[in-house]
Design a protein around this ligand. Structure first.
Ligand code: EPU
Length: 426
């Protein structure tokens, strides 16, 4: 079992290169199935969710070659109509994107129910509604979702709620459907736009991604492409918040500042100083921070994927901050762990009330999900003493070499393997 050991209290300083976006990569990789020639993907993050996606493609018969740390060549032209296996589907939410791509490729798809972070109830009714509207029937039995269609036909789909996953699956399932598909009340996240750009680069006809109405005209053929994944705005935001929490001075490089607007606005509001350039943002921490309230919302609102990290920072702000989770039912599973470190937080349903404290102190803590893990790292970096973080496999699903990147910024953080209570350096 691996743990992260952080000796807190060091100011982060320097610059860090941001990797490709997890939530874009896990949509683009399954979409490569549609290409009728090999594709080369660049800026692919080295994270375990990507490893699983590539493993799923290999199981289906794709030829996957890692050209360098962030460049992958995929030839999926000869894949089989296989079931996406349970061991892989249960590890990540995005395994359900194979429903959309396999449906388009074979008019049939079988995928075990997806896993991913436990954030409360995560139904897939909007995905199934899209497939049905396009002409596909579905059944769920023995934990497998099976969908099939004689023919996919373009249609108009209104999402009952804004959903990233169902917007992506609707795009994947409609790119070859006969005629025009119009998605209304669609999600607008940067990874939706990235997927549309990739699909257009292999020959799709998608307009309007990034707005709440997306129009997809079905095409008959797809080519291959070379495509670079966008930078990860949540990884960037996490380092920005870590810089602020440690009163450091950090520049995040290789980013699209526009994607980070809700985060930069909040950091400025509580007292951090920021300098924005074309592809980087410098965050200069302050000695003290003001309280604030925030509510997570679909893009361009404050992202739910930054809520736990910001909560860790606000534990050290002056006064009372109120966080409202507007997307998921249960995204406060890190709160008990922050309390172990001296944070004063109470939770009532989807609202957390944070009373700022003078300092956090290191403690043994356990990660419940990906962003909860990032929050505990930020707390550990800013705390007095040693924090030992367990269950770090959740963090490795979505952050490339986080311990390595943090060490390059001056953090005292190491990953250790514990075998039967004995520690080994890694
Ligand atoms: N929802 C439904 N029915 C559906 C689909 C969603 O009710 O059919 C609900 C969900 O339960 C949730 C809300 O709609 O309350 C939004 O869910 P959404 O579909 O937008 O989320 P997702 O696709 O499951 C993706 C990201 C999450 C991120 C959310 C919100 C991927 C692989 N995952 O999840 O990322 O939090 O969008 O932006 O893209 C993370 O990276 O840590 C992470 C959890």
């Amino acid at each position: 079992m691996d743990k992260l050991i952080i000796n807190g209290g060091k100011k982060l300083q320097g610059s860090v290169q941001i990797s490709g976006a997890k939530n874009a990569a896990v949509a683009v990789i399954p979409a490569v199935i549609l290409a009728e020639a090999p594709c080369v993907l660049e800026n692919v993050p080295s994270i375990s969710d990507v490893t699983i996606d590539l493993q799923i493609l290999r199981e289906m018969g794709a030829d996957v070659r890692v050209l360098d740390k962030s460049t992958i060549r995929i030839d999926a032209t000869h894949i089989r109509d296989a079931v996406v296996p349970y061991e892989m589907a249960r590890c990540m939410r995005a395994s359900y994107y194979f429903l959309g791509t396999l449906l388009t490729k074979f008019n049939h798809a079988k995928v075990y129910m997806p896993g991913g972070c436990d954030l409360g109830d995560r139904p897939i009714d909007q995905h199934l509604k899209c497939f049905k509207a396009l002409g596909a029937d579905h059944s769920i039995g023995r934990g497998i979702v099976e969908i099939s269609a004689g023919k996919l036909i373009g249609t108009q789909i209104y999402f009952d709620k804004v959903t990233v996953g169902a917007t992506i699956n609707a795009m994947l399932a409609s790119v070859k459907a006969d005629g025009l598909t119009i998605l209304e009340n669609a999600a607008k996240e940067p990874h939706i736009v990235d997927l549309a750009n990739f699909l257009n680069s292999i020959g799709a006809d998608i307009m309007g991604a990034g707005t709440d109405v997306i129009k997809i005209r079905g095409v008959k053929r797809f080519t291959g492409a070379n495509y670079a994944i966008i930078p990860d705005q949540i990884e960037a935001g996490t380092y920005m918040v870590a810089a602020a929490a440690t009163k450091g001075d950090v520049t995040v490089n290789g980013i699209i500042p526009k994607h980070l607007e809700p985060i930069t606005a909040k950091l400025r509001k509580i007292g951090a100083k920021l300098e924005e350039r074309d592809e980087s943002i410098r965050v200069m921490g302050a000695d003290t921070y003001e309280r604030t309230n925030l509510k997570t919302m679909p893009h361009p609102g404050f992202p739910t994927d930054m809520q736990p990290q910001f909560a860790a920072l606000l534990t050290l702000a002056k006064g009372t901050s109120i966080l409202t989770e507007g997307i998921f039912d249960n995204r406060f599973r890190y709160v008990d762990e922050l309390r172990r470190m001296g944070a004063d937080i109470s939770v009532d349903g989807k609202v957390a009330v944070i009373e700022g404290v003078e300092r956090l102190t290191g403690a043994p803590v356990k990660v419940a999900d990906l962003r909860a893990g990032a929050a505990l790292i930020i707390a550990g970096l800013s705390a007095d003493g040693v924090t030992e973080i367990e269950d770090i496999q959740h963090i490795e699903r979505g952050y490339e070499g986080m311990d390595v990147k943090l060490r390059s910024l001056g953090a005292d953080i190491v990953k250790r393997r514990f075998t039967d209570g004995v520690r080994t350096a890694m």
